[in-house]
Design a protein around this ligand. Structure first.
Ligand SMILES: [Zn+2]
Length: 559
């Protein structure tokens, strides 16, 4: 009985392979995605000559030329309506020199920069001043109607300085206090309310003069050293026509020790305040303390570029609908103050993703006819500076967002061999994730969620800018289980994060094996193909935070 069943299965599999015209049709495209193809692009983009691909540098010139030349050679059309492969992104590079002091009981204490604190602004004047502003502790600083949460209540914080905790409130599970309540702020996962970006956005909305985040290593998911280095170098912002005057004046972080001392001096206790902040009943606490900031800014305005190409759809009606593949081309550049290696090559992050997008473009040109809908291949700038290239595209889309079915984003690929699974960072968020999971099965793999949800990775890559404006977005990562390792062995992706992530050592290495990356790119090809030819628009899952925006957009679009 068993043998017969096996034979029947074998026959079906066989017939499937030989006579499936769809598989035959896709084969030349899938075969065009190769380890050598990917590696060639990565080696060029991550070479020292490209100087770490900083926006506005020689590295940008070389990168955008290389990517657009590749798009052209492959046979993709220019993606910008002006007939070029570029979307100009106005950026401002800002170097800040801040001074800050606390005033308690008439006593002024100067803070040490950048060991005690960092402070900068997204506004673009040469000088920013906040004088003697009252400090209000606002807990996590969150307004989240869907959780019935408002840290501000009826308190007016206009012109004041908000002091807040990083991450979102860890609400204990009433039935099992050792665990977190999964229904509140995603349980262990970090929600957008936990990110520093949100904290500074809500501060601006509330009309606060400044916002200070108290750094804590666990909840932030990184040590203060990361805050110090990333906020004390030149930072980038979009250079909007209003020169970002809607942003909060001062964005600051202080160390936990400095925060504790400030609170002690103001006759408050950090632990007690923090504890009170995990309740819906929390109310802002005005401290008997004030703060002054002065920031001298060197602002350099320049145009950076998203690189964009398209492959027109073959269906006369559906060609006006779009599927985007995206990957950021930028990385951290070259830091002359370092001794030894000064170049952040960003081989994994994200030369690998750009290589994937170029390879996808090439693969799709092997199909005849082309998919029904138009495919967009987008290499974004300034992701490392805060998703700015993707944000600019989302605010100034070259193709209508309501007609954009999906963004499939790639940021850092697995370059260490074949894997048992594929990391779907956006796991379970939209029907795109279902499509990915199904396709992974046909490769004999499973889709898994990001194993470190507490890092809030889905809010830290370009997919988020698309999601924010409503477009369903898929984002795959590199935290996968290698076939060559035991199923419970450490993740190679974790080892990378520990040693090479955002370090000069993120380079092409001799132990690389791109066979797993090929599988991942082929998988994304199939998902993209399915969306580009499918009868349905991908959708956010019910209850997803981005769904209302999409529903409203599609409703307005159908009128
Ligand atoms: Zn990246």
């Amino acid at each position: 009985m068993k043998i017969i069943a096996t034979l029947v299965v074998l026959c079906i599999v066989n017939i499937g392979l030989a006579d499936d015209p769809e598989a035959e049709r896709l084969k030349p495209a899938l075969d065009a995605i190769t380890p050598d193809g990917l590696l060639g692009h990565i080696k060029t983009l991550a070479s020292d000559e490209f100087e770490g691909r900083a926006p506005g540098s020689k590295g940008e010139e070389l990168s955008i030329k290389y990517i657009s030349d590749q798009f052209k050679t492959i046979g993709l059309e220019p993606g910008s309506p002006d007939g070029s492969y570029f979307q100009e992104v106005p950026l401002a590079g800002i170097k800040s020199e801040p001074t800050a002091s606390f005033i308690v009981d008439g006593q002024t204490t100067m803070l040490n920069y950048p060991d005690d604190y960092v402070a900068s602004s997204a506004r673009l004047p040469e000088q920013i001043k906040v004088d003697n502003s009252s400090i209000v502790f606002v807990g996590y600083g969150i307004v989240a109607p869907e959780y019935g949460w408002d840290d501000y209540k009826d308190v007016d914080v206009h012109g004041k300085t908000l002091l807040m905790l990083i991450n979102d409130p860890p609400i204990p599970n009433a039935k099992d206090p050792g665990k977190l309540d999964e229904k509140m702020f995603g349980g262990r996962a970090m929600t957008y309310y936990g990110r520093w970006m949100y904290k500074y956005e809500i501060a601006a909305k509330k009309g606060a003069a400044a916002a200070i985040i108290i750094h804590e290593t666990g909840p932030a998911a990184y040590p203060y050293s990361v805050v110090r280095t990333s906020w004390s170098k030149e930072n980038f912002e979009l250079d909007a026509p209003d020169r970002n005057s809607g942003a909060v004046s001062v964005r600051s972080w202080i160390t936990l020790d400095v925060a504790k001392k400030l609170l002690r001096d103001s006759r408050q206790d950090f632990d007690a305040l923090k504890n009170s902040a995990i309740s819906k009943d929390f109310r802002p606490v005005e401290l008997k303390a004030k703060v002054s900031f002065e920031i001298k800014q060197q602002v350099r305005s320049f145009k950076s570029h998203n690189v964009i190409a398209k492959l027109d759809g073959s269906d006369p009606k559906l060609k006006d609908e779009y599927v985007i593949f995206s990957a950021h081309w930028d990385h951290l550049g070259k830091h002359p103050e370092l001794s030894g290696d000064q170049i952040f090559n960003g081989a994994v992050d994200n030369a690998s993703g750009v290589a994937a997008v170029i390879s996808l473009g090439r693969a799709f040109t092997k199909l005849n006819p082309a998919p029904k809908r138009t495919l967009i291949f987008l290499a974004t700038t300034a992701e490392e500076a805060g998703l700015l290239g993707a944000q600019y595209y989302a605010l100034h889309p070259l193709y209508p967002l309501a007609k954009t079915l999906a963004d499939i984003n790639i940021d850092s690929m697995n370059v260490w061999g074949k894997t048992r699974d594929i990391e779907d960072t956006s796991f379970g968020m939209s029907t795109l994730d279902d499509a990915l999971a199904l396709r992974a099965q046909t490769q004999g793999r499973v889709a898994i969620a990001n194993p470190r949800p507490e890092k809030g990775s889905i809010y830290r890559a370009d997919n988020f800018e698309f999601a924010k404006v409503g477009v369903p977005a898929l984002y795959i990562g590199k935290n996968e289980h290698l076939v060559a390792r035991a199923p419970d062995a450490p993740l190679r992706g974790d080892e990378f994060d520990l040693h090479d992530y955002h370090q000069v050592s993120d380079e092409v290495k001799p132990d690389w094996d791109l066979s797993g990356a090929v599988q991942d790119v082929q998988l994304l090809f199939e998902v993209g193909y399915e969306v580009a030819n499918g009868s349905k628009y991908p959708q956010w899952k019910p209850g997803n935070e981005f769904k209302p925006k999409r529903d409203a957009m599609l409703k307005a679009g159908s009128k």
